[in-house]
Design a protein around this ligand. Structure first.
Ligand SMILES: [Zn+2]
Length: 314
């Protein structure tokens, strides 16, 4: 009896692992520059309707192969990215760049690796350490819960190639330059510039027309990273969430972070509580209150900024 129960459990587990999760329809692809295509996801949090798709996967067509950036939350989203690449070119995917540890950006790598077993997957060394140290499983579970299991069937395909700040990787006539931060949106962020296209992938260091998460972030570090990206004065900026654009696609969030952090420093020195600081800031938030997730996140972000300002004052 005991043995047959285990066999049943084993079979059931195998079947559900194969059939779990939900496919993703093909979302529109936008050509942002000569070589760069972006699939701009819904500006939402992962939910059962979007099946976890809410970031901006991108692919870059070089003379020899294809480079993918941030292939999304699940194996199913990664499969959609592969289908979209194949509509544009029959060149293989040779490289993936992962912007940071948050699973909505990189768990789709499993599909890229399955379709192109020789692909090299790059990330910040701390991203790889965090994923190995339990971060991968936390994100697999979190996304499954938020989507009612739509992302199930995904396994974490960890990056193996460690990026360094300033590193340049040449692929098929294009130059990919990495910009690493110690602590910006997370402690694992890499921004990637496509030099010949005058384009920067910001990861979640820059979000646009949708609020960004600061739970793992540093206001000062995130502002410094955006300063660095925007000082380059490139033609194109691709945010982690929201539409791509010119410098405004990075500058809007930089202005927001500065306003919140500067107010946190000034008013916490004067002894104001976070809710009072929030009230002082509200009239300055006209541009941002329309951004999805603003209402949910703003109060928490003011508290985080106050905490960071108080720690910096010691
Ligand atoms: Zn993120």
């Amino acid at each position: 009896m005991r043995a047959s129960t285990s066999v049943f459990v084993f079979l059931f587990a195998s079947i559900s692992a194969v059939s779990a999760g939900q496919e993703i329809p093909d979302y529109p692809v936008q050509r942002v520059s000569k070589h760069v295509y972006v699939i701009h996801g819904p500006r939402e949090i992962p939910n059962p309707t979007n099946r976890g798709f809410m970031n901006n996967p991108a692919f870059v067509i070089t003379d020899q192969s294809v480079v993918v950036v941030d292939p999304g939350s699940s194996v199913h989203i990664g499969e959609m990215v592969v289908r979209q690449v194949r509509k544009v070119t029959d060149r293989p995917v040779s490289h993936v760049f992962v912007s940071h540890i948050h699973g909505d950006h990189w768990l789709g790598s499993a599909a890229i690796k399955h379709a192109y077993p020789r692909v090299k997957i790059y990330a910040h060394p701390q991203m790889i350490a965090a994923a190995k140290g339990g971060g991968a499983q936390v994100w697999l579970d979190f996304l499954s819960r938020l989507t009612n299991g739509a992302t199930d069937g995904t396994r974490a395909e960890l990056p193996t190639e460690l990026l360094q700040d300033g590193q340049e990787i040449a692929v098929g006539g294009l130059t990919f330059r990495a910009y690493l931060s110690e602590h910006a949106h997370t402690r694992t962020d890499a921004m990637i510039e496509v030099v010949e296209d005058s384009l920067m992938f910001l990861g979640d260091i820059g979000v646009y027309q949708r609020m960004g998460r600061m739970d793992d972030g540093s206001f000062r570090g995130n502002i410094a990273a955006l300063d660095r990206a925007l000082t380059l004065n490139l033609k194109h900026y691709v945010p982690g969430h929201g539409p791509s654009g010119g410098p405004e696609a990075g500058d809007a969030f930089r202005q927001y972070l500065k306003m919140v952090y500067d107010a946190a420093v000034k008013y916490s020195e004067e002894g104001l509580a976070p809710y009072e600081i929030k009230a002082k800031l509200m009239p300055l938030m006209d541009k941002y209150r329309k951004w999805p997730l603003f209402a949910e996140d703003f109060g928490k972000q003011v508290s985080l900024a106050v905490l960071e300002a108080e720690q910096a004052a010691f």
